[in-house]
Design a protein around this ligand. Structure first.
Ligand code: SF4
Ligand code: SF4
Length: 88
């Protein structure tokens, strides 16, 4: 197997690891806020998030804002309206 040498300007690409080469958290002008009391843990936000920055926690799904680019797809896809996009 050949050695994997390619690197992005920000961090090395590691086979088998997520491609988190660009920290896109600084791109956003709005952020998602999850109302944990409404979340049914269906996982649709996690499924649709283009940066895979939504994670399951004990009572609900929540967003790691460091990798969230503020696109709002999670809020659009949430079937119970548990995610609100809030201006920064
Ligand atoms: S706003 Fe976009 S990038 Fe941020 S958590 Fe929602 S779907 Fe993911
Ligand atoms: S889509 Fe909405 S209800 Fe489903 S896990 Fe995400 S926040 Fe919870």
């Amino acid at each position: 197997m050949s050695e994997f040498k390619y690197q992005t300007p920000h961090m090395p690409l590691v086979p088998g690891k997520p491609l988190y080469a660009l920290k896109v958290g600084d791109w956003k002008f709005q952020k998602p806020v999850v109302d944990s009391s409404k979340c049914s843990k269906c996982g649709l936000c996690w499924l649709h998030c283009p940066t895979q920055t939504i994670n399951e926690v004990d009572t609900h799904y929540d967003v790691d804002l460091d990798w969230c680019k503020g696109c709002g797809i999670c809020a659009d896809e949430c079937p119970v309206g548990a995610i609100a996009m809030v201006a920064l």
